[in-house]
Ligand binder design. Structure first.
Ligand code: C2E
Ligand code: MG
Ligand code: MG
Ligand code: MG
Length: 276
């Protein structure tokens, strides 16, 4: 009986793996076509200070497939990363963000402060030897200003070939871009590494914000990240702020920059103009 159970367990597992593989292969093929057919768009989510003033926006990729309907980035970004399709997709995202930045920051836009657009960058993109060149060329070709663009990097991009990564970051900063570390606290990077990275901002991951009011360990983590950012001279922003209580709690801990549904959901660029 034990042998039989073992066999069944094995079969079940391999069936699951096979369907997962099918799912991924299907998604990957659709994704490849979707990039060629231009099925992507960008949404923008506001980042605000304590007074509710706009301090930036994050660009988030959206895929509307003609047969699948809207597909969540949580689903297609990992497939794009594993297949290498994140390279053409990421290039497209950055170029669109640059074009939007030019529209939002035209000199005839009155006395509004410039809008800084934060763009997510995958580890695989950052690892490309010509990554910096590609970014700088896109900025030049679109007529955008480097100071109006921020790159959101993840800890996973920092573990490999640290010196090469730091060199790229320094070159981007020399040209005026700013750099944020996304989902901070969820990856593997060490404090000694963090100390070496030429960052401008830490983003407190939404997993620590979600149950902040009910979870003492999340409070301890949020407090530590804020203190760490302060000690290292970095800005800190909290992600996934959904309630006034969370915002007030974060403010009491010393975090004064927020992103989350409380301050605005990600929306297409056209819907943004009224929300300054
Ligand atoms: P992320 O960069 O950490 O982006 C924040 C995610 O949290 C977004 O999910 C956003 O819609 C969601 N969010 C914002 N406020 C709230 C809130 O108050 N509550 C909750 N529950 N969620 C909130 P989204 O758009 O589904 O994107 C998921 C992830 O996919 C992003 O996480 C990012 O890692 C990745 N991603 C999205 N667009 C791109 C892209 O263009 N390039 C790359 N490389 N990754 C991307
Ligand atoms: Mg992000
Ligand atoms: Mg994040
Ligand atoms: Mg996240």
């Amino acid at each position: 009986a034990a042998k039989k159970a073992g066999r069944n367990t094995f079969c079940l597992f391999s069936q699951e793996m096979e369907s997962a593989l099918h799912f991924r292969t299907g998604l990957e093929n659709d994704l490849r076509r979707a990039i060629e057919n231009g099925e992507f768009s960008l949404h923008y989510q506001p980042q605000r200070d304590q007074a509710g003033r706009l301090i930036g926006v994050e660009a988030l990729a959206r895929w509307h497939s003609p047969f699948r309907g809207p597909v969540s980035p949580g689903l297609f970004i990992p497939v794009a990363e594993a297949s290498g399709l994140i390279l053409p997709l990421g290039h497209w995202v950055f170029e669109q963000a640059c074009r939007q930045s030019v529209r939002w920051n035209r000199s005839d836009n009155g006395n509004r402060p410039p809008v800084v657009i934060a763009v997510n960058v995958s580890a695989l993109q950052l690892r490309q030897p010509d990554f910096v060149q590609d970014i700088l060329r896109t900025i030049e070709e679109t007529g955008a200003q480097a100071t109006h663009l921020k790159l959101e990097l993840t800890e996973s991009a920092m573990v490999e070939d640290v010196q090469a990564t730091i060199d790229k970051m320094l070159e981007l900063k020399r040209h005026g871009l700013t750099l944020a570390l996304d989902d901070f606290g969820t990856g593997y990077s060490s404090l000694s590494l963090l100390k070496r990275l030429p960052l401008d901002q830490l983003k407190i991951d939404q997993s620590f914000v979600r149950e902040l009011l009910a979870t003492p360990s999340d409070v301890a983590i949020a407090r530590s990240i804020i203190a760490l950012a302060d000690a290292l001279g970095l800005e800190v922003i909290a992600e996934g702020v959904e309630t006034r209580e969370q915002q007030q709690f974060l403010a009491a801990l010393g975090c004064t920059r927020y992103q989350g549904y409380l301050f605005g959901k990600p929306v297409p660029a056209e819907q943004f103009d009224g929300s300054y």
